[in-house]
Structure formats: structure tokens, C-alpha cells
Design a protein around this ligand. Structure first.
Ligand code: ARG
Length: 577
């Protein structure tokens, strides 16, 4: 890409001054005010300041060393010492022509691929996946997709909540109150029912609570019958989770739930105590963080006073396993914001335990989904919204929208399009806001064809597809090599679209720099906007060659970037709508 060539030239230039500058300190970014240029760098100012040079003069000297005539129409020293670069339209045309001819993507793959573990979704067994898990699932899947697209090695792991004190009550309920018929129809609901019922009963009757505790102790001690029930609960839950994952198009490389690490927990607590990293305190074992103001009052409990290990103990064992088996460069954990303290504790404790590790640990947290009343998103009767029902409703509502827009399509096609649009709308609405803010769930907004929505973007893609369908109907094919040498980008709408196409890689990089898919959403929304203006101003099929081929080329690349971008967000596309 051209901005990389500019960056390379700048890096060469600063490496040749005396004493040389670290080339990595130079960054070229998009120039936000397009009247000044297409790209800019402000990296030179810092260097000038460090060396006590006049920044504008320094920028002028560096500029003189750049050999960018082939790509840049102008290079200007601006403001306190930036450089602004304006591209030559011929150079842009050349890059696009090559991309079409070689079938290349308009972004660069990572030069040094890294290994990432993405820990996401991670629902709890015997409980319905609810809207809280949808954000983790959608966001985590999207980040994994973008990392893969950029050429990194990605390992996805679903850290199921399949162990814990709830199994005492669940097993007792299973033994005494299970309704087999209901279990066949909707296992998770039946397990939720017995759990709720036992929970209430245990509150009222201490003797019953003691029996539930005994069931738990027996399970932990390896009792065959209890283990069998517990396994059954996991597999029934997994079947229902898998139905949702398949509807969302989400796959995991591994599903290593909390119970997978059970065998390591006791010895881990011992390791921590014998090395002085954890201490006995009020009957429990805790790690203290007296030197850290934010964790000072929050010691991490790794063994409760009843001897049981905790969520933290399991996460430490999980980290050790991942380090040993996968040697990742980075791990990202996608959960809601309420787990921030937990992950701070885990990361700090791990750092003390294995000071030599070089894994970068990231907690990618998100806010809540709110109903239109601004309160946590619930059903009309005040219950937690189940994910499967939410997806059903999305598809039903989308079907109405699709039928209105395109009444001539047959039922089956309408249904299939509605599936893509409905699921896509839910995902996009989740990815578009800043992940850390709460957002209001609104069917009308997310299914609208106006504004920054999935239907709008999917529709833009179908417009591109329709051009190529029409072209095929005339018996002509768009040859991948046919963006002609002599063709030029002329209309301002062509040039703006072309320049935006070149910036796809910036959007992908911006996402992984801070784990924020909204950058890609906004990039695609702008792309659809530039395409709409191009579409209005520039006839494509009616244009004369060579202009016709150039415009077809722009359409083809717009389609390619829209498709790659939407798929990176986890959305399927459709050719018709
Ligand atoms: N099961 C947990 C929950 O539902 C999320 C687990 C996140 N991953 C982890 N390694 N702790 O809140």
C-alpha cells in the first residue's frame, strides 16, 4: 500500500541522519482533514524536539531526502512540523489495477505473525446463554476473525463454566425433582427450573441445604453416579450452546471448561503458599497486593475456608496450561466489565508466579445491553432474554422488512435473506458502539435501511453484486485483468472512493490496536457512503471504455472490501435483498 511506501521512505531518511533514529518511531497515518493531504506524519516533531532542532526546519530537511515523486503529488511541511502527503491519482489507479490483476487484498498481512489465544463466550453449564454472553461471543469471534485475516495464528478457547458449587443443588434436584419429559424438550430450561426450585427450598430448609452440600462433596470426591449426572448436564448444555454457535457461525478450536483444570488446583495452591506468594488468612488462602493501590483492599482468594478452590485459582491454572501448550504471545479475555478486578488480580498474580513469562494479557471488557427504557435488557415479563429467542425474533422481524422491500422474491429466498439480515443486524448493533459503553437494544434502529446498520451495508453489497449480474446478462464478463493501463480516475467521486479503498488496512489495524471493532464498522459505513455517491454521479455500465472498465474495477474492489470487512465482523453477505 502507498502509505507503507511513504513510511518506508521516511524511515530510510531518518535512519541516515546522524545519530540515526529508530525507524519504528515513524508512523504515517490518515490525514483527517482531506484538504491538507491524504496521509500525514507527526513523528518528526518528537525527534526534532529531542534533538533540540527547529521542527519545521527538520521536517523540511527530511522532506528533501524523500523519493516519492512517483506516488505523491505534493508533500507539505505544515503546522508545528508535520508532513502532509497528497497522492497522485495515477499512483492510486496503479495500486488498484494491480490488486485486481493479482486478486490481492487491499490490506497487508502481518510481517511478524503472532500467536493469540482468544478466550470468549464461556457460558455456564445448565443455564441458558443470555444476552450478557452474546456480547462476549460476537466481540470475541470478530476479534479472532480479524486477527486471522491479518495473518496471525489464533487459538479460540471456550472456557465453559462447568464446575462450581451450583452442582450440589443441581444434582440433588436432578435426583429428586427431574421431569424427564421436559428434559427431552428443553434441557437447559428444565435444569434452570430444578436449580431455582432447589435454591428456594434450600433457603427454607437447612437440612436440605446440607444434602445439597453432600452431593457436591460426593461429586468432588469422584462419586460415579454424581459424575454421570454432571457429565450429562454438560453434554445437554453443550448441545444447546452448539445450536446457538452454529446460528451465529462461531467455532472454537477448544472448549476446555473450568473442570478441565481441577486436577491442578490443589497443587497450585501449595505452590503459591510454599513460595510465599500466598498466605493463610482467616482460614482461607489469599494473595495480597499491598504494594498496588488499586488491589490493596482486594486480596485474591485462591482457596476458600471450606477448602474449595476459586474462579481465580482456575484462571491461574488455565494460564499455566495455555503457556505450556500453546506458547501464545498474547491472550485476550472477552467478558463484561464487572470482571475487571478479577482479571487485574489474575494477571498480577501470574506475573509474580512466572515473572519470566512474556505473554501480553488483555482483558477486553464491555458494557451492558439496555432495554429502550434504559434499564438492563429484559423480556416484557421481566425475565432475562434468552439468546435463542432473541435470534428467532431477529429473523422474524427481518423477514417482514425483506418482504416489504422485495415482495417478488419467493418465500424460501426471503427466509434465507432474513436469516442473514436478522443475525447480521444483531451482531452489527453489538459491534458498532464503543464496547465499553452500555448500549440500548433497539429492533427498529438495527433493522433500519438508513444509517449505520447491517441492512444498509448488506444492501450496499447487493448493489455491487447487481452490477455484475447485469453485466453477465449482457454476456460480458468482467475480466480480472481488464482495468486498463490508460484508464484514469477523474470524477471526484471516483477518486474519493478509490482513496478510501486504500485505507482498509488502517481500519483493521485500528481494531486490533485496542480491540475495538467499531473502527471497522465506521470504515465500512463510510465506504458504503462513498460508493453511494459514486453510484449516483458516475454511470458504470453506460459509460464508454476505458472509463467503463475503470468504474467496474472500483465496483469490484468495493464489493471485495465490503465482503471481507463484513465477514471479518462475523456477518454473512447475500447477493440479493
Ligand atoms: N463463565 C464466565 C461467566 O459467565 C466467563 C469466563 C471468562 N473466561 C475466563 N477465563 N475467566 O461470567
Amino acid at each position: 500500500m502507498i502509505h507503507q511506501l511513504i513510511e518506508k521512505q521516511l524511515r530510510l531518511a531518518v535512519a541516515s541522519i546522524d545519530p540515526p533514529v529508530d525507524p519504528q518511531s515513524i508512523q504515517v497515518v490518515i490525514c483527517q482533514e482531506s484538504q491538507y493531504g491524504d496521509y500525514m506524519t507527526n513523528s518528526l516533531m518528537g525527534i526534532a524536539r529531542q534533538r533540540k532542532l527547529n521542527p519545521r526546519q527538520f521536517a523540511t530537511e527530511i522532506k528533501a531526502r524523500l523519493e516519492l515523486d512517483e506516488y505523491c503529488e505534493s508533500i507539505d511541511v505544515a503546522g508545528a512540523g508535520f508532513l502532509n502527503f497528497r497522492l497522485k491519482t495515477e499512483a492510486i489507479g496503479q495500486v488498484l489495477r494491480q490488486a485486481i490483476a493479482n486478486g490481492d487484498s487491499l490490506f497487508e498481512k502481518a510481517i511478524h505473525p503472532r500467536t493469540y489465544v482468544v478466550d470468549f463466550s464461556s457460558p455456564n453449564v445448565a443455564k441458558a446463554m443470555h444476552v450478557g454472553h452474546i456480547r462476549s461471543t460476537i466481540l470475541g469471534d470478530c476479534l479472532a476473525r480479524i486477527l486471522k485475516l491479518l495473518g496471525h495464528k489464533v487459538i479460540t478457547d471456550n472456557h465453559l463454566g462447568d464446575w462450581g458449587t451450583q452442582f450440589g443443588k443441581l444434582i440433588l434436584g436432578w435426583k429428586t425433582q427431574l421431569n424427564q419429559a421436559q428434559l427431552e424438550i428443553d434441557p437447559i430450561s428444565e435444569m434452570e427450573r430444578i436449580y431455582k426450585s432447589l435454591n428456594a427450598a434450600c433457603d427454607a430448609d437447612p437440612a436440605l441445604y446440607e444434602s445439597a452440600k453432600r452431593e457436591l462433596a460426593n461429586l468432588q470426591a469422584g462419586d460415579e453416579a454424581n459424575l454421570a449426572i454432571w457429565k450429562r448436564m454438560i453434554s445437554l448444555s453443550q448441545i444447546q450452546f452448539d445450536q446457538i454457535y452454529s446460528r451465529l457461525g462461531v467455532v472454537f478450536d477448544h472448549t476446555l471448561g473450568e473442570s478441565f483444570y481441577n486436577g491442578r488446583l490443589k497443587s497450585l495452591v501449595q505452590d503459591f503458599t510454599s513460595s510465599g506468594l500466598a498466605h493463610q488468612h482467616e482460614g482461607a488462602v489469599k494473595i495480597f497486593f499491598d504494594d498496588l493501590p488499586e488491589l490493596k483492599d482486594h486480596p485474591a482468594v485462591i482457596q476458600k475456608n471450606d477448602g474449595a478452590a476459586t474462579y481465580t485459582t482456575t484462571d491461574l491454572a488455565t494460564l499455566e496450561y495455555r503457556l505450556q501448550h500453546w506458547q501464545p504471545d498474547e491472550i485476550i479475555y472477552v467478558t463484561d466489565g464487572r470482571q475487571q478486578l478479577h482479571f487485574k488480580e489474575v494477571f498480577t498474580a501470574f506475573q509474580r508466579w512466572m515473572p519470566g513469562h512474556r505473554i501480553k494479557l488483555n482483558h477486553v471488557w464491555f458494557g451492558s445491553i439496555l432495554g429502550e427504557d434504559g434499564k438492563p435488557f429484559k423480556t416484557r415479563s421481566g425475565e432475562v432474554v434468552k439468546l435463542s429467542e432473541l435470534l428467532n425474533e431477529a429473523e422474524e422481524r427481518a423477514q417482514k422488512v425483506v418482504a416489504e422491500k422485495n415482495p417478488n422474491l419467493d418465500q424460501a429466498t426471503q427466509k434465507e435473506i432474513a436469516r442473514v439480515v436478522g443475525i447480521g443486524a444483531v451482531k452489527y448493533a453489538d459491534l458498532l458502539p464503543n464496547r465499553q459503553s452500555d448500549y440500548v437494544f433497539s429492533w427498529d434502529k438495527m433493522l433500519s435501511f438508513n444509517g449505520n446498520t447491517a441492512p444498509y451495508l448488506l444492501y450496499a453489497y447487493t448493489r455491487v453484486r447487481s452490477i455484475f449480474r447485469k453485466l453477465a446478462e449482457t454476456g460480458e464478463a468482467f475480466e480480472s485483468t481488464s482495468m486498463p493501463e490508460k484508464s484514469r480516475l477523474e470524477a471526484p467521486e471516483e477518486i474519493k472512493l478509490a482513496k478510501h479503498l486504500l485505507n482498509f488496512g488502517f481500519a483493521l489495524q485500528a481494531v486490533i490496536a485496542d480491540w475495538r471493532p467499531n473502527f471497522l464498522c465506521n470504515y465500512l459505513y463510510d465506504l458504503a457512503g462513498f460508493f453511494a455517491r459514486f453510484w449516483e454521479a458516475c454511470p458504470v455500465l453506460k459509460a464508454e471504455p476505458p472509463m467503463r472498465q475503470t468504474r467496474l474495477g472500483l465496483c469490484a474492489l468495493t464489493g471485495q472490501v465490503l465482503k471481507q470487512g463484513l465477514e471479518a465482523l462475523g456477518l454473512e453477505t447475500t447477493d440479493k435483498m
